[in-house]
Design a protein around this ligand. Structure first.
Ligand code: FE2
Ligand code: FE2
Length: 357
């Protein structure tokens, strides 16, 4: 059954919406939220993390970094836009980024040295086929309930309602073939010129059909640090020219690991009897990413390693980092659900009707 139809009926878009600051969940997010409500000024030193709040994906540290990165995207209703380039704020961001980079190296090792383009392609192929942990999509296709689908969409909304934006920072940092390849992928992510087909818009449509709030940032107070880090990672790579190789590796593996899982999420929606329009976002990726995975691997990542041989190791590092944070994300969700617990910091408070089990 093809869900891709230009005639499908769209739900009306909601009012234009700007997110508000989330509730703090520890000393670091508290420090930021209290100060960002005022006109931009000297931020002051960022407090140390609470013991046990892992710089990689602790709830408080990841939320603090997410808040700082959001100033480069939609911002927050109550935050003075001059904060975006306030030097003392950038200094605080640097502390968090240095901690995150250190933990990424702990997890996957430093960028390997001396890889040629063929070795970069082989490393990406291996990462794409080795699985790298429990398959969230396979579990969802076989066992997931409507509640699991909704929680999963709430987690992913943090990234997918701004889908593609963090990778777009890479375009001015590339040249020649890799730049053209990234633009080709991003053009697809942004709907090939059709606003109704922008992937973030399609995801909002999926959320509405799942009975979720599709406003940007609506679930920010509920998602844990392990979720925020999946997005923070791309902003880290995208906002630093020195990480442009890692950004390319991240995007290439992203596209190479999309088709089969997206098909499984589509299948889960159809199996559970949800309105099939909720599956359109996933079906659109099955179609688009069959092309994007080739462009991403061959014309962007391998081509970059050929054009700039010193970046080959970074490309692989970015892909490994993606695999590592996604593995922790999947383990968190599946671990929570296997205990019968919510995977969110605060469970969804929507009426699940009788289709949840
Ligand atoms: Fe997409
Ligand atoms: Fe794609």
């Amino acid at each position: 059954m093809s869900l891709v139809s230009p005639d499908r009926e769209l739900l009306p878009l909601g009012e234009p919406h700007r997110q508000t600051l989330p509730a703090p969940c520890g000393p670091r997010s508290e420090h930021l939220v209290a100060r960002l409500r005022r006109r931009s000024h000297e931020l002051g030193e960022l407090p140390a993390a609470d013991p046990g709040d892992d710089p990689l994906d602790g709830d408080d540290t990841a939320l603090a970094l997410h808040i700082l990165y959001e100033l480069h995207y939609s911002g927050f209703q109550e935050v003075d836009e001059r904060w975006e380039w306030e030097p003392s704020l950038l200094a605080a961001r640097r502390v968090l980024e240095t901690e995150l980079e250190g933990r990424l190296v702990d997890l996957v090792g430093p960028p390997p040295i001396g890889l040629d383009a063929a070795e970069v392609g082989a490393a990406l192929d291996e990462l794409a086929t080795s699985g790298g942990g429990p398959s969230l999509s396979a579990w969802m296709a076989d066992e997931g309930t409507l509640l699991h689908l909704r929680e999963f969409a709430a987690h992913r909304s943090i990234y997918q309602l701004k889908e593609a934006d963090p990778h777009t920072w890479g375009i001015p940092r590339l040249t020649g073939g890799p730049k053209a390849a990234m633009v080709e992928i991003q053009r697809g992510e942004y709907g090939d010129g059709d606003p109704a087909e922008v992937h973030s818009t399609l995801f909002a449509e999926t959320m509405r059909h799942l009975g979720l709030d599709d406003r940007y940032g609506a679930y920010l107070d509920r998602v844990p640090g392990v979720t925020l880090t999946t997005g923070n990672l791309i902003s880290l790579f995208g906002l630093h020219r020195r990480w442009r190789g890692a950004l390319v590796g991240h995007l290439a593996l992203f596209e190479m690991c999309s088709v089969a899982p997206m098909g499984r999420y589509r299948d889960a929606i159809l199996r559970l009897g949800v309105d099939p329009r909720a599956a359109y976002f996933y079906e659109a990726h099955v179609v688009a990413d069959a092309h994007h995975q080739v462009v991403g691997r061959d014309h962007m990542a391998v081509a970059l390693a050929r054009d700039e041989p010193l970046l080959g190791g970074e490309v692989v590092f970015g892909a490994r980092a993606l695999g590592a944070v996604e593995r922790r994300f999947a383990e968190h969700l599946l671990g929570s659900w296997s205990r019968g617990a919510s995977s969110l910091r605060r469970p969804l408070d929507i009426d699940l009707g009788d289709r949840s089990g």
